[in-house]
Structures are given as C-alpha cells and as structure tokens.
Design a protein around this ligand. Structure first.
Ligand SMILES: [Zn+2]
Length: 371
C-alpha cells in the first residue's frame, strides 16, 4: 500500500531537566547540582536528548548525604536504562491486548507512524514484557532485591501518575521512586475515582521505607486520595506536570504545527542544497554569486536556524517557538519587498524563494509581486 503520510525525520529535541528540590528534606541543607547525565529516549512522536541535572545535599551533617535528587519527570518518560518511552510501552501493550495485533503487525504500525518509531521486532516484544510487568506491579511489596535497595537508600520519594493511551482506555497508575527511578507499584484501573485510588496509594506505606514526600501532577482524584491514604505526608505538586496539564488542550495543535515546521525545514534544506550547487557553478566559472542569491542564501540559513531552535515545553513549546521564528523571517522578507516597492527585477531565485515560502505556508497565497 502506498504511504500517504510523508516520513519525517526524528531529529532529537534537546531538553534539560533539573531536580526541582532546592533544600534537603532531611536536614534543610542546600542542594547543589552534582552531576549531569545524558540520555536519549524515543517517544511515540518524538525523540528527546535529555541532559539530567541531579542534586545532592552539601551539608556535612546530613543524615543521608549519599542521596541523589533526580528530575521527577525522568521516571515518567521511560524506565531506567530503557531507550523507549512509557508511551511506546503503553502503545505496544494496548495493540497486543486490546486490538489483538501480532508482534510483527505492531512493529509495522509503529513504523507507519508520521514519525516512525526506530524499534526492531525483538524490542517490540520486550516492550510488551515491560507493559505486563507494570500493569500489576507489586515488586516493592515483596521481600527482594528492590526492597533491600530501598532500605539501603534510607528513604523514597514516590511520584504518582496515571498514563492513558487513548480517550476511554483504562488508566495505568504508576508509583515510581524519583530517587532510584525504579517503578514500585502499578495498577490498571478503569475509573479515576478517589475511592479506587486510596487502597492502591496506601500500599506505599507497606514498603516500610520512610517517605520524604509524594509528588503528583495535581490530578483531581489524586489530591484527596493521597491525603486520605498517606495522612501527614507532604504532597508536592510537580509544577511541570501541572502546567503541562493546563497546556494539554493545545497538544494536538502543537503536534501538527511541529509537523508543519519540520516539513518547512526539510523544504528549506532542499532549497539550500540547490543554492549551494549554484554557488559552486559560479565559483567554477570564477564569477561572483549574484547579490540576490547571496541574500537568499543568508535568509535560508536564518530560517533553518529558526526552524530548529530549542524551546522548553510546556511554557515555551518548541513547535510554537520555531513557527514564530519562521514567521519573523517571512515578515522580514515581506518588509524588504515592500521597501523595494515590488519594482525590482524579478530574478529566478526571488521567484524560488517566494514559491518556497508560499509552499511552506509562510507567504500569503495570491501574492504575485516579486520581492
Ligand atoms: Zn541533607
């Protein structure tokens, strides 16, 4: 079957995440960044290159100076040492159990996405195994290596979150320790009521390790459920998650805007290659490159840089920032065209540029005057 959706590349989006705590919950000492870790995670629609800034307590009198405080978003993106995100794990689990797809078909589906997931057939099976172990995860309640490790650690900082694959699908609630980044508990639930969540969250106490605090995204049902299940435990709202929830209604628009920007960037790259070819030809003939071509080359460079600039979601989403950058370049071209009064000679490159901008949606349709 012919592919209708164009294949788009997965240039990694760079993100820097920092442990949110400023002071040590055990001794109130100052926390300082002690290490930078690099990690790459393939999500369903994006690949992110993470720089993770962990912190530790600098107070020499701290009872647990060895504790590393890590960014709380990290364990919710992917399991430790795994290259595929939890959304890929969820997608594989759902396609296998709900849609009854075979592993080769799931693999094909992941490859057919607008941003194909770079996953091999064997890895699809590993993701399904991960899904099964998370759906009814009680690993922290059993006497084993994990419990021993948590006891050695001396404290846990559970992050509670509900992951949902699609509207109307059950929610996979996970409790992950933000210090060790390990999943402690998991359960799939069909409703998000506080009554159902209380017994699940209360299990955290059974682990038998002191809790520094609990982190959540302030989901409606989680707030009263945590208060009832873990009375007296500090409940810290993950601000990034909270703001992300507020920004959720924009997600679909941002996703399609991001795809448009990538397409524009690819068109610009192609156009830039043709300019390089022209420059080489001119150099071979020992002729200077025409002035308008030089300007077009510069504009292309600027526009491409704008199409790849970094932004931090949710307050500064990269798709929006890149789109605004491209708009600025288009505006500069429009202004330059107006200053020239549209009377200048129409060279081929000017026509190319406006055609390119028009095809990329950056040029008002119907505009015929050359810049
Ligand atoms: Zn301390």
């Amino acid at each position: 079957m012919r592919r209708t959706v164009p294949l788009l590349d997965r240039t990694p989006v760079r993100r820097v995440l920092t442990a949110p705590q400023e002071s040590c919950p055990l001794c109130d000492g100052e926390l300082q960044v002690c290490q930078h870790r690099k990690r790459r995670i393939h999500l369903l629609d994006d690949t992110i290159a993470l720089t993770l800034r962990d912190k530790r307590c600098r107070n020499p009198a701290c009872p647990s100076p060895q504790l590393r405080y890590r960014p709380v978003e990290e364990p919710l993106l992917a399991l430790p040492e795994h290259e595929f995100g939890l959304d890929v794990v969820m997608a594989v689990g759902f396609m296998r159990l709900r849609d009854d797809f075979s592993f080769p078909r799931i693999h094909q589906r992941l490859h057919e996405r607008a941003f194909p997931v770079p996953i091999c057939p064997m890895s699809v099976q590993y993701q399904f195994r991960n899904y099964l172990s998370l759906v009814d995860c009680q690993v922290a309640l059993k006497d084993g290596k994990l419990r021993e490790r948590l006891r050695e650690q001396g404290a846990i900082l559970p992050v509670i979150d509900g992951l949902q694959f699609g509207e109307g699908d059950p929610v996979l609630y996970l409790v992950i320790d933000a210090l060790s980044r390990l999943p402690l508990l998991g359960r799939e639930m069909f409703c998000r009521s506080a009554d159902d969540l209380v017994p699940f969250i209360a299990q955290i106490k059974e682990i038998g390790v002191p809790l520094l605090a609990v982190v959540s995204d302030k989901e409606k049902a989680l707030v009263p459920a945590i208060a009832e299940a873990l009375p007296g435990v500090r409940h810290q709202f993950c601000q990034v998650h909270y703001v992300k929830n507020v920004a959720k209604p924009m997600a679909a628009d941002l996703c399609s805007l991001g795809a448009e920007v990538r397409e524009t960037e690819q068109a610009l790259r192609k156009f830039q290659r043709s300019l390089i070819h022209k420059r080489k030809k001119a150099e071979e003939k020992d002729q200077p490159l025409p002035e308008d071509l030089q300007v077009t080359e510069k504009l292309c460079e600027v526009a491409r840089a704008e199409a790849r600039c970094h932004g931090k979601a949710p307050l500064d989403p990269p798709a929006l920032k890149r789109h605004q950058g491209l708009e600025k370049v288009a505006e500069a071209v429009r202004e330059a065209r107006q200053k020239k009064g549209g009377r200048g000679p129409i060279s081929r490159s000017s026509k190319n540029w406006s055609r390119l901008l028009r095809s990329a949606g950056l040029w008002p349709r119907g505009s015929r005057t050359a810049w």
